[in-house]
Design a protein around this ligand. Structure first.
Ligand code: SF4
Length: 92
């Protein structure tokens, strides 16, 4: 099965008003932050018309890529979703 079909079987529970990833305010994104618009497997990162990077954390697969690239550089604040929220993986 293609990975997209597998991913489609996962469910995502949004913790409304409490996104688990936040991008720190910036006028110009760092290279790492900008790269996330291409690297995030869930397409959570996007560049807005002002050239800043925004995130919609809904659908995040908790793969950790943005955490590795952007947390230590201070571009983002990353936490796991609260228990019961976030991606609910279906195995098998
Ligand atoms: Fe995207 Fe992975 Fe970061 Fe979630 S953890 S926003 S899926 S890169």
């Amino acid at each position: 099965t293609r990975v997209e079909e597998k991913l489609y079987q996962n469910r995502y529970l949004v913790d409304a008003g409490r996104p688990h990833i936040k991008i720190n305010a910036h006028t110009k994104p760092s290279d790492n932050l900008l790269a996330m618009t291409k690297l995030c497997p869930a397409g959570c990162y996007a560049e807005n018309s002002a050239g800043q990077v925004e995130i919609t954390a809904d659908g995040c697969l908790e793969c950790g890529t943005c955490r590795i690239l952007c947390e230590s550089s201070g571009d983002i604040v990353w936490n796991y979703p609260r228990g019961g929220y976030g991606v609910l993986f279906k195995f098998g």
